[in-house]
Structure formats: structure tokens, C-alpha cells
Design a protein around this ligand. Structure first.
Ligand SMILES: *Cc1c(COP(=O)(O)O)cnc(C)c1O
Length: 238
């Protein structure tokens, strides 16, 4: 037991070291500094003890998909709430359970959800950092704003949800298309920087959350500032 724990710790640390190296190489290839890219450990199905090994090995952030799983585990995480980001589909009736346990909601996929978050923030007299999730490939199986919905939604959120600070974009692109969808997402993110709504907070855009175990190097070459890695850190999910 003890022995396998130590070897698990070594494996996780080794995985993170290799991810950092590859991220640095991909960043360098595109003329970027590796310091611009944050490494998120995606924790779904992974017990808190193993998640803490990833924190100890230097993961910058934790990514939570499920409200209930996060509520069960977060007290055992060796980090504060700012480090935990919510990245799964969020139902409005779960907002109250999750909002005080995370530093950012990356998966805002509708104006309706944003309005509900704004309401909760008003009650709590707090601001909240969010990303808009874009369904860049317009896939029926994925949530997220469609590319053509993004700017109208952002405009409405900026005007009607003053306690939400839109920090950027999150996406889960279609697979096996080379970097086509990653480039498309980068274009949208750059367009957001150029054409922010008047009521949006100037300079708040600093996050492009893009890239998972299978495509993080390509994502970094396409401007990602935050990669979300599950299997590449913890191994295949059970
Ligand atoms: C599971 C998940 C990831 C990580 O996927 P891996 O392939 O295990 O790296 C990243 N982002 C989201 C939104 C996820 O649900």
C-alpha cells in the first residue's frame, strides 16, 4: 500500500514534469513564454488524496466537472477555493452549492446561467470571475454558446450582469481535425479582445482555456493560456 502510494506520487510528479516540458516547447515554438500557460489538473473520479499529489507536484489549478463530486472532495483539497475552477455543465439549481467553493466558473454556456449567477452574487455581495464556453464545432452533444451567439451573449451579460467579470473563453473542440478548431477559437478570443462591449471591464480578458490530454501542445501553439489535463496527469479514469 505504502509502496504503491509512493510510486503513484512519483508517477504524477513525473507526468506533470513532462507536461511542463512539452508546454514550454510548444510555447517556444510559437514565440511565447511558458509562464503564460497555466496547468490545470482535472479531477473527475480522482480521490482527493491523489489530487493533492498533483498540487504538491505543482499543478496551478484544479478543474471540477460535477457539483456533487466537488462538494464531497473540496474540503480535503490542500488548496484554497481560488485555485478550484468549475468546468462542467452547471444547472442553475446547483449554483448555491458550488459558488463558494470555486474561484472561477469556466463553463458559462447561456445568458440564462449568467443571469442566475449574477442574482446569487447580488445576494452574496461578491463578484465572480467567469469564462464563456463556446461550442466551437457546433456539436449537438456539447454545451456552450454557438460562435454566432457569443458576441450578442457577451454584450447582454456585460450590460445586465455587472458582478460577473468575463475573463475569456473556454472550449472543448471536436476531435481529430488537426488544429482547425483550435485556430478558430483563437480567432474568436482575439476578436473578443478587439471588440469588447462598452460595458465590459477593460483589460479583464486574459484567459483562453483550451487543450486537454490529447491536444494540449497544439492548443498552446494556438494561444491557450490554460490547459486542462486529466488522464495525462492521473492516468486513465476508472
Ligand atoms: C475531462 C475533461 C478534461 C480533461 O480531459 P483529459 O482527456 O482527461 O485530459 C478537460 N476539460 C473538461 C471540460 C473535461 O470534462
Amino acid at each position: 500500500m505504502t509502496e504503491s502510494w509512493y510510486s503513484d506520487e512519483r508517477t504524477i510528479a513525473e507526468n506533470i514534469r513532462e507536461l511542463r516540458e512539452r508546454i514550454a516547447a510548444a510555447a517556444a515554438e510559437s514565440g511565447r513564454d511558458a509562464g503564460e500557460v497555466r496547468l490545470m489538473a482535472v479531477t473527475k473520479t480522482v480521490p482527493a488524496g491523489r489530487v493533492n499529489l498533483a498540487l504538491r507536484a505543482g499543478a496551478d489549478l484544479l478543474g471540477e466537472n460535477r457539483v456533487q463530486e466537488c462538494c464531497e472532495k473540496y474540503q480535503n483539497y490542500a488548496c484554497n477555493a481560488n485555485v478550484i475552477h468549475f468546468i462542467g455543465h452547471l444547472q442553475t439549481n446547483k449554483i448555491r452549492d458550488i459558488i463558494d467553493k470555486v474561484g472561477m466558473i469556466e463553463s458559462v454556456d447561456s445568458v440564462h446561467l449568467a443571469a442566475a449567477l449574477q442574482k446569487e452574487c447580488e445576494k452574496r455581495r461578491e463578484r465572480l470571475d467567469i469564462l464563456l464556453q463556446v461550442n466551437i464545432g457546433a456539436e449537438e452533444t456539447k454545451s456552450g454558446l454557438l460562435p454566432e451567439e457569443l458576441f450578442p451573449a457577451w454584450e447582454q451579460i456585460a450590460a445586465e450582469c455587472p458582478l460577473l467579470r468575463v475573463r475569456g473563453l473556454m472550449t472543448i473542440p471536436p476531435r481529430a481535425e488537426g488544429d482547425f478548431w483550435l485556430r478558430k477559437t483563437q480567432e474568436l478570443y482575439l476578436k473578443m479582445k478587439e471588440t469588447a462591449p462598452k460595458s465590459a471591464e477593460p483589460g479583464a480578458l486574459d484567459t483562453l482555456s483550451m487543450g486537454m490530454s490529447g491536444d494540449y501542445e497544439a492548443a498552446v501553439r494556438c494561444g491557450s493560456t490554460q490547459v486542462r489535463i486529466g488522464r495525462g496527469i492521473f492516468g486513465e479514469r476508472r
